[in-house]
Design a protein around this ligand. Structure first.
Ligand code: G6P
Length: 610
């Protein structure tokens, strides 16, 4: 999704902007650009279709010099990916804007501005913003006033960075619905879509709230809230290390993140387990009162996080005996709901900035849910700030667009939640102690499964040329099959679908032939015999089976069946353990296909627009 960087300093900013964009690449984008004000107050702009490396080359060829600038990576929403549509957008060669979000009333504003004589050079929704700012400037307003006035006419979501040739001493930023942070330096300030962009220059950040307007100068900073009143926002020190977004010895971030999972899970459990119990304080001080009174759970999320929610439904209903409903946020936010009595509203999100999830949370709060819990990987995110209870996953920065360690740490957090809820609903001390022991064993079990890497890499060769694949699972492994299919389609572009294996005969069996590999997730659990019967149905029709089974599963390799053995685990943690071979399979298929593993086409890491 679009990324913003901006800087006002006493040193040249082009290199800072470029490095910031490079560090935002993981969000997903199709074009990049920057604009810098030179010493004469004239704007120099460079834009390219494609990668930030292309912008760096353009910058080498045509250096720009200045102490104030803004930069952007664009993920197309309105208007195709092209140089003309890349940001920054400029009006009358004096002011420049970068924008993340969607201006929903852009068509009406564009018609008005065309009638008033403005010439449009792009198809974007953003260009109306810069023309509106220009008009306010031309009417004699300061840059800050001009942005404030422009906002009155904008509907939709945006984070904005704005500069103007006649205001060479200030950078103006605004936030409404899309994330924006201010980096605080020594006599310099920065803006960015997230903290990673700025870690090489500062570790001190101010997180703007929705409605905030900020004016940044080398000698100070002013912020106004949504009512226009001056506000002080706290400066927070980030503990994320600048090199945490480096790939190290791994070929891709996704590979690094898959292998980081034992550590990420250990970190997520750290401080949350006593020897035989899940510590109630893990959810914050007010949590016990809320969790003990919870009579059901509603979970809302998107993408991979939604799949984590689906697994949790099995856990919460089976272990805690509480009803649990799960829904994708983009659906939830646009329908009428019956709010079940005593339900805890849980959102799950790696980034904490996903527009649909955030909107669902706000709707739930307005609609009458009294308690909300965010399971999230980013402590300063909007979702965390707007929820009553927070359970942070400590996965560390996840850069690959396809989520891996965020998913398994979300599952770990959801298991902590399940045990905590279950304690209030009949789970006895022995059962809790057993669950705690299993949670503790997770990192070492994950290590063992990671040693299957070479075997799965070999297997991947059999998927490279196929057009379609089917993933099967039953019970809590069905969402793991869904996640396996999602991983494969995201990064290898092979069409992959997941089905609960019992549904095979109600449709998908018609697809089975020798060109359709079928992947089955098959731990040794109560549904194994049922699953085996379903797999027989596939074999009988000439389907090629790839079964991920633990070493207790009585199933032999033979023609048409490949069996990959995982160490035996317990039903409770199987979904977490069996996620790993799904991730490795998708990863190796994508590597063999030569796709862009970390930044797959058309996808974004943090989806901050609808
Ligand atoms: C995007 C990402 C997915 C992620 C989803 C939800 O689609 O590419 O990996 O699962 O957004 O993101 P969230 O940050 O809310 O978990």
């Amino acid at each position: 999704m679009c990324g913003i960087v901006g800087a006002i300093s006493q040193r040249p900013v082009a290199a800072i902007l470029l490095e910031g964009l490079r560090r935002l690449e993981y969000r997903g984008y199709d074009s990049a650009g920057l604009a810098v004000l030179d010493a004469n107050g004239s704007l120099q702009r460079l834009r390219v279709l494609g990668k930030v490396s292309g912008l760096a080359e353009a910058l080498d060829a045509t250096p720009v010099n200045g102490l104030l600038g803004i930069a952007h990576t664009r993920w197309a929403t309105h208007g195709e990916p092209s140089t003309e549509n890349a940001h920054p957008h400029i009006s009358h060669d004096r002011c420049a804007v970068v924008h993340n979000g969607i201006i929903e009333n852009h068509e009406r504003l564009r018609a008005e501005q065309l009638a008033a004589g403005h010439r449009f050079l792009s198809q974007t929704d953003t260009e109306v913003v810069v023309h509106a700012i220009h008009d306010a400037l031309a009417a004699g307003q300061t840059l800050t006033e001009a942005v404030r006035q422009t906002r009155l006419h904008l509907q939709g979501a945006y984070a904005l960075g704005v500069i103007d040739g006649q205001h060479p001493d200030c950078l103006v930023a605004a936030r409404q619905g899309s994330p924006l942070v201010i980096g605080v330096g020594f006599q310099e300030y920065f803006i960015a879509s997230d903290v990673f962009a700025l870690l090489p220059v500062t570790n001190r950040f101010i997180f703007l709230e929705d409605g905030d307007l900020a004016e940044l100068r080398v000698d100070g900073l002013a912020i106004w809230d949504a009512n226009g009143d001056p506000v002080e926002r706290p400066v927070r020190t980030s503990t994320v290390a600048a090199d945490s977004a480096e790939r190290g010895p791994y070929r891709h971030f996704m590979q690094k993140e898959i292998f980081e999972q034992p550590r990420a899970i250990a970190d997520t459990l750290e401080g949350r387990l006593a020897s035989r119990t899940v510590l109630p304080e893990a959810f914050g001080v007010e949590a016990e009162a809320i969790l003990s009174g919870t009579r059901g759970v509603t979970i809302v999320a998107c993408g991979t996080s939604y799949h984590a929610g689906l697994v949790a439904k099995y856990w919460i209903e089976a272990v805690a005996g509480l009803p649990c409903q799960v829904e994708v946020a983009s659906e939830y936010r646009y329908r009428k709901h019956v709010i079940p009595d005593g339900h805890l509203f849980v959102t799950i999100s790696q980034s904490g900035e996903t527009a649909d999830t955030l909107a669902a949370l706000r709707l739930a709060r307005q609609g009458g849910y009294t308690s909300t819990l965010a399971i999230c990987n980013v402590p300063e995110s909007s979702l965390v700030r707007e929820s009553d209870l927070v359970l942070l996953t400590h996965a560390g920065p996840e850069i690959g667009v396809a989520s891996t360690k965020a998913f398994t740490t979300q599952l770990t957090a959801l298991l902590l939640l399940t045990v905590n809820l279950a304690r209030h609903h009949g789970l006895d001390a022995e059962q809790e102690a057993a669950a705690v022991q299993l949670l503790r064993s997770l990192p070492s079990q994950m290590e063992q499964v990671l040693s299957l890497d070479a075997r799965i890499a070999e297997l991947a060769e059999q998927f490279v040329d196929c057009q379609h694949t089917l993933f099967l699972g039953r019970g809590e492994q069905y969402p793991i099959a869904m996640e396996g299919a999602l991983k494969l389609k995201e990064i290898s572009y092979i069409h992959a679908e997941a089905y609960p294996a019992g549904e095979l005969k109600h449709g998908p069996l018609a697809l089975i032939d020798e060109d359709m590999p079928v992947v089955a997730v098959a731990p040794n659990n109560a549904l194994l015999e049922k699953l085996k019967s379903n797999l027989e149905e596939v074999r009988a029709r000439g389907g090629k089976l790839f079964v991920f089974a633990d070493d207790q599963v009585p199933m032999q390799e033979e023609a048409g069946i490949t069996v990959v053995r995982l160490p035996q685990t317990d039903d409770l943690i199987d979904p977490i353990v069996f996620s790993i071979p799904m991730q490795l399979l998708a990863y190796h298929v994508a590597v063999l296909k030569g796709t862009d593993v970390d930044q797959p086409r058309n996808l974004a890491k943090s989806v901050t627009v609808e």
